[in-house]
Design a protein around this ligand. Structure first.
Ligand code: KG4
Ligand code: ZN
Length: 339
C-alpha cells in the first residue's frame, strides 16, 4: 500500500508518500514564514490562500521524486484537525478530490497523532507502550500510548501551549516570528545564573502545565532590567531553562506514575536542543530510552501524515466518504487501530 499524505493545518504545506515495502519515499514542504513574518504571526486567510497555490505543484513534485504514477497510490491521507479551518479545508478538499478521481480511499488524520507517530519514520522506532510528550504551537500533551489510537492524556496545558509561550515571549523580546527557534538561539548566549524563573505547577501534584505566567515573568523582568542585548539573552535563557526544567519534572513524574520507561517527544518544540539533551539525561537515569523525530519532522510536515494515514487506511479508508475538518479534536477520542 502506498499512501499520499497532505498537511495543511497551519502555515506549512507538507506532502509525503509512505509505502508499506519501501517506507518513506518522498516528502516536500513549503513554509509560509515569509508571508506571515510582516504581521508577527499567522494570518489564517493568507495561510489558506497560499496552501491553494502550493499544494498541487508539491503533489506533482513528490510523485515525480518517488517515481509514482496515479495508479501506484492506494490511499490519500489529509490532516482533518485540529488546526485552522480554512487551511484544513484546502488539504481536505484536494485530498478527497484526488481520492475520488483516482477511485481510492481517503482518511482524515489527527494532526497530533501525526506528530506522535513521527518517530516511527526513524531507523530505530519505539515499541509500544511508551509515554509521549507532544509539544507544538497549539498543544502541550503528556500521553500514555498503548498502540495506534490507544491514547490516554495524563497531563496538558491549562493555558498557553509550550510553543505559543516561546513565540509570545520571543515577540515581547522583539525577536519576530516564528519566535521559538530564535529565542532558543539567543538563549545559547544567555547567563543561566542571572535570573531564575518559576517552574509552574511543579510544587503541587499532577501532570498539567501552565506556561502563560512565564511569559508575564519575562515581560516584568525585561521592564525592570531590560535595554541591552545581554539582558535579552539572559531572559531568553531563564525562560528556556524554566520550560525545559518544568517539562523534565513532569515527564519524570509521569514515568513514575505510569510505569512507562520509554519517552517519545514530538511537535515543533521537540526540535529544541536544550529540551532534547535534558530529557535524554532523564530517561537514561530512569533506565529507558528517548525517541525523537529527525529535526525536520519535529515541526509540521507531510511525511508524518502519510505515515499516520497508512496506519489507519485499512480500518477507516472505506468508510470515509465525505470530508469533515475540525478546529478542535481530542486525541483521546480516536479509534484504536485494529489491523
Ligand atoms: O508542530 P509545529 O510545527 O506546529 C504546530 O502544530 O503548532 O510547532 C510549531 C511551534 C512554534 O511555536 C515554534 O516556535 C516551536 O514549535 N519551535 C520551537 C523550536 N522550533 C520550533 N520552540 C523552541 N525551540 C525550538 N528550537
Ligand atoms: Zn504541528
Amino acid at each position: 500500500m502506498r499512501v499520499l499524505g497532505i498537511e495543511t493545518s497551519c502555515d506549512e504545506t507538507g506532502l509525503g508518500i509512505y509505502d508499506t515495502n519501501q517506507g518513506l519515499m518522498a516528502h516536500a514542504l513549503f513554509s509560509q514564514v515569509k508571508i506571515h513574518q510582516q504581521y508577527g504571526g499567522v494570518v489564517p486567510e493568507l495561510a489558506s490562500r497560499d496552501h491553494v497555490r502550493r499544494i498541487l505543484p508539491l503533489v506533482k513534485k513528490i510523485m515525480i521524486e518517488s517515481d509514482s504514477k496515479a495508479r501506484d497510490i492506494s490511499g490519500i491521507a489529509y490532516t482533518a484537525g485540529p488546526g485552522l479551518i480554512g487551511a484544513l479545508l484546502v488539504g481536505a478538499a484536494v485530498g478527497s478530490s484526488l481520492a475520488m478521481s483516482w477511485d481510492i480511499p481517503s482518511v482524515g488524520v489527527h494532526h497530533m497523532e501525526g506528530h506522535l507517530l513521527a518517530p516511527m519514520l526513524e531507523e530505530e522506532p519505539p515499541d509500544f507502550p511508551f509515554l509521549a510528550l507532544l509539544v507544538s504551537g497549539g498543544h502541550t500533551l503528556l500521553v500514555a500510548v498503548q498502540g495506534v489510537g490507544r491514547y490516554q492524556i495524563l497531563g496538558e496545558s491549562i493555558d498557553d501551549a509550550a510553543g505559543e509561550a516561546f513565540d509570545k515571549t520571543a515577540k515581547m523580546l522583539g525577536l519576530g516570528y516564528p519566535g521559538g527557534p530564535k529565542l532558543a538561539k539567543l538563549a545559547e548566549q544567555g547567563d543561566t545564573t542571572r535570573f531564575r524563573f518559576p517552574r509552574p505547577m511543579t510544587l503541587r501534584p499532577g501532570l498539567d502545565f501552565s506556561f502563560s505566567g512565564l511569559k508575564t515573568f519575562a515581560r516584568t523582568t525585561w521592564a525592570k532590567y531590560g535595554a541591552d542585548e545581554q539582558t535579552k539573552a539572559d531572559i531568553a535563557r531563564a525562560f528556556e531553562d524554566a520550560v525545559v526544567d518544568t517539562m523534565a519534572i513532569k515527564c519524570k513524574r509521569a514515568m513514575k506514575q505510569s510505569g512507562l520507561k520509554h519517552l517519545v517527544i514530538a511537535g515543533g518544540v521537540s526540535a529544541n536542543h536544550a529540551l532534547r539533551v535534558r530529557l535524554q539525561t532523564l530517561v537514561e537515569q530512569e533506565g529507558g530510552r528517548l525517541f525523537c523525530p529527525r529535526l525536520e519532522f519535529c515541526t509540521d510536515n507531510g511525511a508524518m501524515i502519510a505515515y499516520a494515514g497508512w496506519c489507519r487506511m485499512h480500518d477507516e479508508g472505506k468508510k470515509n466518504t465525505a470530508f469533515a475538518v475540525k478546529a478542535r479534536w481530542s486525541i483521546e477520542s480516536l479509534q484504536p487501530v485494529t489491523s
